[in-house]
Design a protein around this ligand. Structure first.
Ligand code: MG
Ligand code: MG
Length: 258
């Protein structure tokens, strides 16, 4: 486990805020008719203009700067020719590295008129992220974060993805510990100051099962029902978690939450 100094946390904050600004650039242009590849181009250029590097590009061979996952796609979707349409939900995950430190955050967008039950999935998934973040304080454990996410999601009848988890973050995109979205209160690693983690609930409207698509990257729900994904990079705090990324610019650009 690598515990960060205050200075290092500030560098992770800078990278994480840049991710939020990049997602806000996406928010400004996302609309029906756009291809997911055109969104990726917006992000790539903004990150390069900001003197940073897209963290996902070439990561284990991933071909783009954003992971874009539409409707039943859970995470790790590859940007391409798909044109967004009214009623879609689109999870956009972004990472950057700047000054040798990574930031990682994700937001799920609603395109045009989205069914109320699907909007509710987005609301609850985002709320479950903040429930998890509330537990990212000194003395709590990873299981407290995990259980807080799981409890809210399952109370709403949703499936919590097991196969993919949050993670430590810093000089690497993925560091230990793993931060699952399911687990037992009071279990797992005890949280200390200096620990920086990405908390990222992936919540399915239907059952928890997922499978790999044949492109080798995209994860989809087994029952083909929609899935949502929200992620913040967070530093464990003494009394309160310090959220290093931000949705503020995204939601300002959208002019609304769901
Ligand atoms: Mg991410
Ligand atoms: Mg992540």
């Amino acid at each position: 486990m690598y515990y960060k100094t205050k200075d290092e946390i500030e560098l992770i904050r800078e990278s994480s805020l840049l991710v939020g600004k990049t997602l806000a650039e996406v928010a400004k242009v996302i609309k029906p008719g756009m291809t997911t590849l055109s969104l990726d181009k917006v992000a790539f250029e903004f990150i390069m203009d900001s003197k940073a590097v897209p963290a996902f590009l070439n990561y284990n061979g991933f071909p783009n700067s954003l992971c874009i996952s539409v409707n039943a796609q859970v995470v790790h979707g590859i940007p391409g020719k798909y044109e967004l349409k009214d009623g879609d939900i689109v999870s956009v995950d972004c990472g950057v590295v700047k000054n040798e430190f990574f930031g990682d955050s994700a937001y799920t967008f609603a395109i045009g008129e989205v069914k109320e039950e699907v909007l509710q999935l987005l609301r609850i998934t985002k709320e479950s992220l903040y429930k998890g973040i509330e537990m990212a304080v000194v003395g709590k454990r990873i299981g407290d974060v995990a259980s807080a996410v799981q409890t809210l999601a399952e109370a709403n009848g949703y499936g919590v993805v097991r196969e993919l988890v949050g993670h430590g973050i810093g000089r690497n995109l993925h560091e230990s510990p793993e931060v699952p979205n399911y687990g037992k209160r009071g279990s797992g690693l005890k949280l200390q100051e200096g620990l920086v983690i990405a908390i990222e609930p992936m919540i399915n409207m239907g059952t928890k099962g997922v499978k790999h698509e044949s492109d080798g990257w995209t994860i989809v729900t087994a029952d083909k029902m929609p899935s949502a994904h929200f992620e913040h990079t967070v530093a464990v705090g003494k009394e309160k978690a310090d959220i290093l990324s931000s949705f503020e610019d995204i939601e300002k650009a959208l002019g609304r939450e769901f």
